[in-house]
Design a protein around this ligand. Structure first.
Ligand code: FPP
Length: 240
């Protein structure tokens, strides 16, 4: 007693005997390659990607998750062709419009992270409406839009500094994810093994899983397999 330091930041995120995952995030990669393999336009790959999102949100019930966070549009995705950016924005419009009633019925609480307020005004208005209509939902679907992890940390650090305290806890309290459970598991599809500026702070103690499945082929069964894999891991948060 007394000679042992207080638990580190990492320890507060869980204990040695963690139950199942509460918060899973996914880098949905491989839409373009899925389409290319079939000699289809990239836009079809993205359409199928949205279908995979819908399938997953429908299938997630009963998996015990409190939050699923999806990387839908990164702050670097603006570098893609104008046509592809338009396609992705139009898919977002269509998705919110078509799936909002289902979110409300299924108790899904929508959350958006990233600099989404600088998107097109009609999308911002749709998102604000969707956020308001799902505010009382139980399980969170967080969508990262115009999101970059470094920028999120810089924004959070600036807010913490303005409040006069630059500590890890003070910065964390200002992250876009400050009302979400700690990130347990980060999955990336398509065989690429990198974070691509996604949830850099939140990934500090997260488990990672890189799977070869291209995003349009990703099904709820794949998520269940990932959760089973997670449940077998021993998390130490820097301790022994
Ligand atoms: C990566 O595939 C995927 C994206 C850049 C966007 C992800 C978007 C969706 C799944 C659709 C929109 C989502 C919602 C929630 C409406 P890629 O194009 O980089 O694939 P590639 O690496 O094979 O080219």
């Amino acid at each position: 007693m007394g000679d042992k330091p207080a638990p580190s930041d990492g320890r507060k995120h869980g204990a040695a005997s963690d139950p199942g995952a509460r918060h899973v995030a996914i880098i949905m990669d491989g839409n373009g390659r899925w389409a290319k393999k079939r000699a289809l336009p990239r836009s079809i790959g993205h359409q199928r990607g949205v279908e995979a999102v819908r399938r997953l949100v429908r299938g997630i019930d009963g998996m015990g998750l409190e939050c699923l966070t999806l990387y839908a549009f990164s702050s670097e995705n603006w570098k893609r062709s104008d046509d592809e950016v338009d396609d992705l924005m139009n898919l977002m419009r269509k998705f919110i419009k078509s799936d909002l009633p289902e979110f409300i019925t299924n108790d899904v609480k929508l959350k958006i992270i990233g600099d989404w307020q600088s998107l097109a005004p009609d999308i911002v208005a749709m998102l604000e409406d969707a956020l308001a209509q799902t505010a009382n939902g139980k399980n969170t679907l967080a969508v990262a839009l115009n999101y970059g992890g470094q920028h999120e940390i810089a924004r959070a650090a600036a807010k913490a500094a303005a409040l006069g305290e630059i500590t890890a806890d003070a910065i964390e309290a200002q992250l876009d994810t400050n009302d979400l459970p700690p990130l347990d598991l980060l999955i990336r599809t398509s065989g690429e093994v990198r974070l691509s500026n996604f949830l850099l702070w939140q990934a500090a103690y997260a488990e990672m899983l890189f799977v070869d499945t291209l995003w349009p082929d990703f099904k709820p069964e794949h998520l269940q397999q990932a959760l089973d894999n997670f449940a077998r891991r021993e998390r130490r948060y820097g301790g022994r």
